[in-house]
Design a protein around this ligand. Structure first.
Ligand SMILES: *Cc1c(COP(=O)(O)O)cnc(C)c1O
Length: 361
């Protein structure tokens, strides 16, 4: 069998170098004689590592000084409730773009904490495929406490590539596209991400929060979700997920060694373009998203006959191409090509797709 490539949407592949380093130091981290999981999060060596990870993340994203960088628990969906609890009052109105499955979950969670969730815009079928409504058609509220959107809808592979120009503080669920390309953090109120796509293990989350938004949480905000409290305690109000934080730190160092986000962005766009070009030229494979809204992280594609899906997946697995089954809500195929996926993986996928089409298309 050839080399394995894992296209899983999440938990997703991690850089091999990172896994190797973690393996090498698993039993004896940093000369401590024990693993990084087995020491106190208050141990100076651990705290040093944790702060270095924060600094590396700040460097990668050029996070301005007036933002807190928080390492939290509860994954992406934990933030669906943390956001309204922290930066809206119970009687607030908030605006959400509803661009797919994850936006929908975020909306339903926010409805528990604020009096009105206004769906400001949606996806629609256009002449060139599925697309996100143009900002001029959005129905924004007068005094929204914040505007929430998901720049990269992981399931449908639909993305909003421009940062919206709205009055309210922008909150973005970047679970599946954080660190995939350079980003102007100063345009956002809150950026959050579950870790298992582009950062590290699941259950862990990162939130980058503008300091001016802190200070008036809802009275009922639960302590482990309280941004202000977590900021004050250096994200160690309770015991953090120490292993995930450590692994995320290794990923940040790996990203720096790859040349940072400019170089990741170029690579990611190149990988995605290779697949879209191939699919667009083929009569057998298709992608139904308007090219202007296509994700560079998650590339769904359909076979002309879905009765061949199983054979496609079986053959792919035999070639060492894993995790290509589309989300259970939408079917078809999906290649997730996060930072850790090398271009060789994409090339192997395309050569398998061409073969499959020749034989069965
Ligand atoms: C995966 C994902 C989530 C959910 O993350 P969990 O850690 O499972 O809660 C949320 N939003 C987006 C965009 C995702 O891709």
């Amino acid at each position: 069998m050839s080399q394995l490539f894992n296209f899983s949407a999440g938990p997703a592949m991690l850089p091999v170098d990172v896994l190797k380093q973690a393996q090498e130091e698993l039993l004896n981290w940093n000369g401590q004689g024990v693993s990084v999981m087995e020491i106190s999060h208050r141990d100076p060596a651990y705290v040093h590592m944790a702060r270095e990870a924060e600094q590396d993340l700040r460097d990668l994203l050029n996070v301005p000084d007036d933002y807190e960088v928080l390492f939290l628990q509860g994954g992406g969906r934990g933030q669906f409730s943390a956001v309204p609890q922290n930066i809206a009052s119970p009687d607030a109105t908030v605006d959400y773009l509803d661009t797919g499955i994850w936006s929908g979950f975020a909306i339903r969670e926010a409805e528990k904490f604020v009096s009105r969730v206004n769906v400001a815009g949606q996806v629609q079928e256009g002449a060139k495929g599925k697309e996100i409504q143009s900002p001029k058609d959005w129905k924004l509220s007068e005094n929204a406490a914040y505007f929430h959107y998901c720049p990269n809808e992981t399931v449908d592979g639909i993305a909003l590539h421009e940062i919206p120009d709205v009055k309210a503080p922008i909150v973005a669920d970047m679970s599946s596209n954080i660190l995939s390309e350079p980003l102007d953090v100063s345009k956002f109120g809150v950026i959050y991400a579950g870790a298992q796509k582009n950062i590290g293990p699941s259950g862990f989350a990162i939130a980058i929060v503008k300091k001016s938004l802190l200070g008036e949480p809802q009275k009922q905000v639960s302590s482990i979700m309280d941004y202000q409290l977590q900021a004050k305690d250096g994200s160690m109000y309770n015991t953090p997920n120490t292993f995930a934080w450590y692994l995320a730190g290794l990923v940040f160092k790996w990203l720096k060694a790859q040349g940072g986000l400019t170089s990741m962005g170029e690579r990611n766009r190149h990988k995605a373009q290779l697949i879209y070009d191939f699919v667009d030229k083929s009569d057998f494979y298709s992608n139904k998203i308007n090219p202007a809204y296509r994700s560079i992280m998650n590339v769904p594609f359909q076979l002309a006959d879905d009765k061949l899906d199983e054979a496609f997946l079986k053959g792919a697995k035999e070639e060492g191409l894993l995790g290509l089954k589309g989300h259970r809500f939408v079917g078809g195929m999906r290649a997730s090509i996060y930072n850790a996926m090398p271009v060789e993986g994409v090339e192997a996928l395309l050569s398998y797709m061409a073969d499959f089409e020749r034989k069965l298309g």
